[in-house]
Design a protein around this ligand. Structure first.
Ligand SMILES: CC(C)(COP(=O)(O)OP(=O)(O)OC[C@H]1O[C@@H](n2cnc3c(N)ncnc32)[C@H](O)[C@@H]1OP(=O)(O)O)[C@@H](O)C(=O)NCCC(=O)NCCS
Length: 161
């Protein structure tokens, strides 16, 4: 499916939140602790942008928002990507690829990198997706209160333009 990926405007944020909630709701019975994505609101997305982060949306030709992703530049030059979300009705059609490409393009244009991401170990399909997109494991960590690792950190170096 063809989508345009663009920075979210303030008017896009309610639908971006709705897409994030619909996407991450599909993980509810697979991960513990629950994803903090479910607590995302218009205000928390707007605050990310105010702090220098980016919120990108994937828009279908008719205007419908079918995906979203957030990116946060860090002091060391890396860019932390999270909230990668595609509407459950539109998965498997390249929208996540388009969203991650946009984050990589943004980082490349600003001379930033690598892109970093955290993926739950209980979601091997997501780990496989990120490996497919060129991300490599850099470590594992446990959420607070968990004795064993619950998530994998992955990173992708970004070449200069
Ligand atoms: C995970 C999610 C973002 C994927 O979105 P999607 O639009 O279906 O993904 P895409 O179709 O763009 O796939 C991206 C690429 O990964 C590949 N891929 C997908 N699943 C894969 C798997 N299990 N193993 C290997 N490659 C995989 C696709 O073939 C595609 O590769 P290509 O561009 O070379 O053809 C979506 O299912 C979602 O929102 N899930 C719920 C929320 C979530 O899990 N977010 C991520 C948290 S880490």
């Amino acid at each position: 499916m063809t989508v345009d990926v663009e920075p979210a405007r303030p008017a896009d944020l309610p639908e971006a939140v709705a897409v994030i909630h619909r996407a991450f709701a599909t993980l509810a019975d697979r991960i513990d602790p629950p994803s903090s994505a479910m607590t995302e609101t218009v205000d928390t997305l707007a605050a990310r942008v105010e702090r220098g982060g980016r919120v990108f949306i994937a828009r279908r030709q008719d205007g419908l928002i079918l995906g979203a992703v957030c990116a946060a530049p860090k002091p060391d030059g890396s860019v932390y990507m999270d909230r990668l979300a595609v509407d459950p009705s539109a998965c498997g059609q390249g929208i996540a690829r388009a969203l991650t490409d946009a984050v990589e393009d943004f980082a490349r244009a600003d001379g930033l990198g690598p892109i970093t991401v955290g993926v739950r170990l209980r979601l091997p399909d997501n780990i496989a997706l990120f490996r497919h997109l060129g991300y490599v494991e850099t470590g594992r960590k446990a959420h607070p209160g968990f004795a064993e690792p619950t998530s994998m950190d992955l990173a992708k170096a970004i070449g200069r333009p």
